[in-house]
Design a protein around this ligand. Sequence first.
Ligand code: GLN
Length: 192
Amino acid sequence: MKIGILGMQGDIEEHLATMEKIKVEAVRVKSVKTLETVNGLIMPGGESTTMLRLLKLTGLFDLLKEKIKNGFPVYGTCAGLILLADEVEHPTQDSLKILDLSVSRNGYGRQVDSFHAEISVPVIGDKSFDAVFIRAPIITKVGKVEILASYNGMPVFVRQKNVIASTFHPELSNDTRIHEFFVEMVKNAFGS
Ligand code: GLN
């Protein structure tokens, strides 16, 4: 079993380091060829406009969309969530249109660059999770997604079938529980 980290730009090294910590093989994915070798993919935080351009240039955009629709497990964090959303505002941009939700980029405003907060994430256990938000998007509308965690009454971690997505960056916390949760999802999909 091997996890891919979308390796265009952004928090790639941090996700690879977390995978090493939990002893799961992970590789950087920058091409269609490498995407075909992994069992699940993490789409990291960074700059979604840049990632979108590179996804289209490399042909990954169409392949990824098709694979996700066929059950391929994906975890999008921050910019990764923006790329997976059905609708992106502020400013508007294209996306994979996988998650039934709308998202507003830099939703906490320019003056709030980053912050962290203890949030409750029942699917990973009772102990709260120290979530790091960096120029984070805000989920403004949800449809058929399951809300796994909220902050200030707004969803920040969601699931829709084989896809999970968070507006925060778990790779920047010392807590590996969300990565482990995703690895379990991949194992279950792989085993079936
Ligand atoms: N603000 C970034 C964007 O809109 C996302 C920030 C992040 O991934 N930390 O793409």
